[in-house]
Design a protein around this ligand. Structure first.
Ligand code: TXA
Ligand code: MG
Length: 321
């Protein structure tokens, strides 16, 4: 078990010594290390059991700090930085040579984000380096939205977890970059497309690819529970698994199955609020992954607002590599 607390000076000392810290952001918890220290970055890959070809996001507290490791913010992306930082947006920006190759997997862009969580922002302000931080989960598993989730899976490998409570957004950041000069979404996430399009007009969403991914967050099977996860029409699924006599749990937006025990169902938002659903999603998936059933049945959300990003995660949770 790791130590928990809200001591940013303790976190700073650990990070400055080249060790890793679990920390909250408004999207999900991150596994953070000094982004300018190759050895610390290598430790991140090792602790997560993450393939080296999957580049990391650098987190900083201000645009000034960001300018210390990117050559510039392209004019097409600048309005997005102005509108949504700090917040759940990651931009792919041209890197300076002080960014270790391991952070970017040798790409000439670096993924950058200014998170809004107050505890982590205060920490970033007192550091003189950016933090490389992927989600604090073993590679391929569900991202953590509580300090306890980080401890459950990585607690024996890291000395300290900053506890900032439950993540407000609950989905990873939306990743945006330029693909042949066109503003493109590389990963759907906690900032919805409509909000982005209000600022820069219509944009492209990159199709997912399971082979040779530009962003392995795009790998088809990802964010996945260890139990089989099946999506479809929830009434039909429940009827068919009942008939088969299999033990199942369910995850829905609003629909209740009153005859099922509370321990085997997660209703993401009884009011059908997709923001609330996003916030509850990963914690709900983890709960159902730990109960005594052989399969989790889930339904897709309406394809609007954060529903699109939630559906992206649900679909990838349902694919097995
Ligand atoms: O909300 C988030 O983004 C969280 C919190 C902790 O900030 N972080 C997160 O990191 O989700 P991670 O490592 O789990 O996902 C980062 C994604 C990966 O899919 C990676 O492939 C992609 O960003 N990525 C990083 N650098 C890239 C680059 N230069 N070009 C394309 N994709 C990149
Ligand atoms: Mg991740």
């Amino acid at each position: 078990m790791a130590d928990f607390g809200v001591d940013i000076h303790k976190a700073k000392a650990i990070l400055a010594s080249g060790e890793l810290v679990g920390l909250p952001t408004e999207t999900v918890y991150g596994l953070a290390g000094n982004g300018f220290d190759e050895d610390a970055v290598a430790k991140i890959f090792e602790v997560k059991n993450r393939p080296n070809f999957d580049p990391l996001i650098l987190h900083a507290s201000s645009v000034d700090r960001v300018e210390g490791f990117v050559t510039h913010i392209p004019a097409k992306l600048k309005p997005l930085a102005d509108a949504f930082w700090p917040g759940p947006l990651t931009l792919l920006l041209p890197r300076k040579s002080n960014v270790p190759d391991l952070v970017t997997s040798g790409l000439d862009t670096v993924a950058v984000r200014i998170p809004s969580h107050p505890l982590t922002r205060s920490l970033l302000e007192i550091l003189d380096f950016p933090l490389a931080a992927p989600s604090a989960n073993p590679f391929g598993y569900i991202s953590p939205t509580l300090a306890r989730h980080v401890d459950d899976q990585l607690g024996d490998k890291i000395p300290y977890i900053l506890d900032g409570g439950q993540c407000d957004v609950g989905l990873e950041s939306t990743i945006v970059g330029l693909e042949a000069e066109e503003i493109t979404i590389y990963r759907l996430g906690g900032l919805d497309i409509a909000s982005i399009e209000q600022v820069v007009g219509e944009i492209k969403v990159m199709a997912h690819s399971s082979s040779n991914p530009k962003a392995p967050g795009q790998l088809k099977s990802h964010y996945a529970p260890s139990k089989p996860f099946v999506i479809g029409n929830i009434d039909e699924l429940v009827a068919s698994y009942r008939e088969k006599g299999e033990k199942f749990a369910i995850l829905t937006l609003q629909k209740d199955f009153p005859e099922m025990p509370d321990s085997k169902k997660v209703i993401l938002s009884p009011e059908g609020d997709l923001r609330e659903a996003a916030k509850m999603l990963f914690a709900g998936m983890r709960i159902l992954d730990s109960v005594d059933v052989s399969v989790i049945l889930a339904e897709l959300m309406p394809e609007e607002g954060l529903g699109r990003a939630i559906n992206d995660r649900l679909k990838r949770a349902s694919v097995k590599n």
